[in-house]
Ligand binder design. Structure first.
Ligand SMILES: [Zn+2]
Length: 605
């Protein structure tokens, strides 16, 4: 659809250009014939000839006026003032017919098992909860009712799952997903939250609230909800947003059917994996070991079991993307960007993109992005971690082409236009830009004066181009006058003058149109010089400065000079110099032809 739309737009623009060209041509022909008729009529002096000449002149006027109208219309249409259409959204239905990104686990099952599998997908997909329920849960955590020792700034999601969510969701000897207990009826979520369990729970809640409030980052909201009064203020601002439904694995997966009675299988002692595993068994704030739940719910941990709730996130997302209009994804990025290194989360981001879902990110602040900017370029799903080897294997098994997956993820995260971080860093383009600056950077001491001379020379060339374009524009009417004068006396020396007029007109247009190209020529070396000098300055600063700065911050600063040069040159070459030049020339023309009073009046008004 979009391709057809683009082809139609291009065709339309070509048509407008053709019409513009044709009217120009017709006007030229009419002008020439009229001029010819005039030059003849003056010679003969007969009434019939004069009448004919007048007729032609009227035609020229009519042609002129028509051309004005057609040109203005063309300009309006081409520039988008009069006619602007948005590309059509590709049909969501056809988008969903795309081949699935990840390989569903159900493809390995028998038809019988598949039915059970789809039932579980349906069940977990119906476990959305309202934002209001999450806010109430947070309120109770703050009060210390649910989890003694809870710290809104430090407690991790893992702590809250172990010490609040699992006990809260237990009912007698059984247990449910906490979201099931919060919502009395089946609730379809509108937003799926992708996050990792080693992230602060306060950050998770703050990010969800900040997203609902339309904030760009969540550090302010995180600070606000740390106190009861701040939370009330946030709640008041949320208003009807409290009804929005969410899906968060910590609340929407039944922990009693999986992890409540134990931990992931123990990795070999002494390895880094063991240290990570061991850390997950203790509260990160109080250091207490987590108690285990002794409910009687059957644990289904095997990823090949159709009843398992942990291996179905891709099928659930597909199911919801079909069923819920505007089903979106919110990615909560923690301060160390771990979420992008968790196999699980990366797979969810990938699947959302394949399903054509809108994905938004919440980071705590620009600082966090600056600090982790380098890390992003190393994204590789093979390097990602999961809470157990089995989880990782399950996710890797879902990925049919790892290289393609990695490329897609890099694109999703980095792409300047569409990337998740487009708003925060210029992504690929920015780093490439910095790379270009560094690569083309000349040693500062030896070549500085020479390079400066070149920059000045280029600027003068630019001014000359603009000046000559304007001058020719001024001279063209004089050549035309001369031509008409000569031709009216039947003097054929007028014809070369006519040619000069045409040449001047053409040159004016050509120079005018090449201004942008000339600007590029001048702006690029100048911007590079400035960026190079800035880079040299930065290198000369003492270690203290560099120890305190983040790569992203410095890259952003390095990117400024080329842009600034471009803006300044654009203003100088396209606006200031031409206007000033025109003013001066018109002033002197009027001074010589119409006297001081008229010239001064025109100048001042
Ligand atoms: Zn349990």
């Amino acid at each position: 659809k979009q391709a057809m739309w683009a082809a139609q737009v291009l065709g339309m623009e070509m048509l407008i250009c053709t019409i513009l060209g044709l009217t120009m041509f017709c006007q030229g022909v009419v002008s020439c014939i009229s001029m010819y008729a005039q030059s003849h009529s003056w010679g003969t002096g007969s009434d019939a000839h004069y009448r004919l000449a007048f007729k032609w002149m009227e035609l020229v006027f009519a042609a002129d006026n028509t051309m004005w109208v057609v040109n203005s219309l063309g300009l309006g249409l081409l520039s988008g003032i009069l006619w602007q259409v948005q590309p059509p959204k590709d049909d969501p239905q056809s988008g969903r017919e795309l081949t699935r990104g990840l390989v569903s686990m159900s493809s390995l099952l028998s038809p019988n098992e598949k039915e059970g599998y789809d039932q579980v997908v349906e069940q977990i997909a119906n476990r959305g909860f309202r934002l209001g329920a999450l806010v109430r849960f947070w309120e109770r955590l703050l009060d210390g009712q649910v989890m003694p020792g809870f710290d809104s700034g430090r407690s991790l999601t893992n702590d809250v799952v172990r010490r609040a969510i699992i006990p809260e969701s237990r009912v007698d000897h059984g247990g449910f997903a906490l979201a099931t207990l919060w919502s009395s009826t089946e609730t379809k979520p509108q937003v799926m939250v992708t996050h990792n369990w080693t992230n602060g729970f306060g950050s998770l809640v703050a990010a969800i609230l900040a997203d609902a409030l339309g904030r760009a980052d969540f550090h302010e909201v995180a600070a606000q909800i740390g106190t009861g009064s701040g939370l009330e203020r946030v709640q008041a601002k949320l208003g009807s947003k409290l009804e929005t439904t969410y899906w968060v694995c910590a609340f929407c997966i039944n922990q009693h059917a999986s992890i409540c009675a134990g931990f992931a299988p123990e990795p070999p002692k002494g390895t880094p994996e063991w240290a990570v595993w061991d850390r997950r068994r203790y509260d990160s704030v109080t250091g207490e070991a987590f108690g285990l739940c002794n409910c009687r719910v059957e644990k289904v941990l095997s990823h090949t079991d159709a009843r398992c709730e942990l291996n179905k996130f891709d099928d659930m997302m597909t199911h919801l993307a079909w069923q819920v209009e505007g089903f979106t994804q919110l990615i909560v990025v923690d301060d160390v960007f771990d979420v992008l290194y968790r196999a699980w989360c990366v797979a969810e981001i990938f699947e959302a993109s394949v399903l054509g879902m809108e994905s938004r990110i919440q980071v705590s602040s620009q600082d966090a992005v600056d600090l982790n900017y380098d890390k992003l370029s190393l994204l590789d799903v093979r390097q990602c971690t999961a809470s157990s080897q089995a989880d990782k294997e399950m996710i890797m098994a879902k990925i049919s082409d790892v290289e393609a997956f990695n490329l897609k993820i890099q694109e999703l995260v980095f792409s300047e236009e569409m990337g998740l971080f487009a708003k925060w860093v210029g992504g690929n383009e920015r780093s490439r830009h910095a790379g270009r600056i560094v690569r083309t950077f000349e040693p500062p001491v030896t070549s500085l004066p020479q390079a400066d001379v070149r920059c000045w020379a280029l600027l003068i060339v630019g001014l000359l181009v603009v000046g000559s374009s304007k001058t020719m524009g001024f001279l063209a009417p004089f050549a035309l006058k001369r031509a008409v004068d000569l031709l009216s006396r039947q003097d054929y020396l007028g014809l070369p003058w006519l040619a000069i007029f045409a040449a001047l007109k053409g040159m004016t247009q050509a120079l005018n149109n090449s201004k942008t190209a000339v600007l590029c020529f001048i702006a690029r070396p100048m911007g590079r010089r400035l960026a190079g000098r800035l880079f040299a300055k930065l290198l000369c600063l003492d270690l203290q400065f560099h120890a305190m700065r983040r790569t992203g911050e410095i890259l952003r600063k390095l990117e400024r000079p080329p842009r600034a040069v471009d803006t300044l040159l654009r203003a100088l070459l396209f606006t200031l110099v031409p206007i000033f030049y025109e003013l001066v020339v018109v002033f002197f023309l009027l001074l010589s032809r119409a006297g001081t009073d008229v010239a001064a009046t025109v100048l001042f008004t």
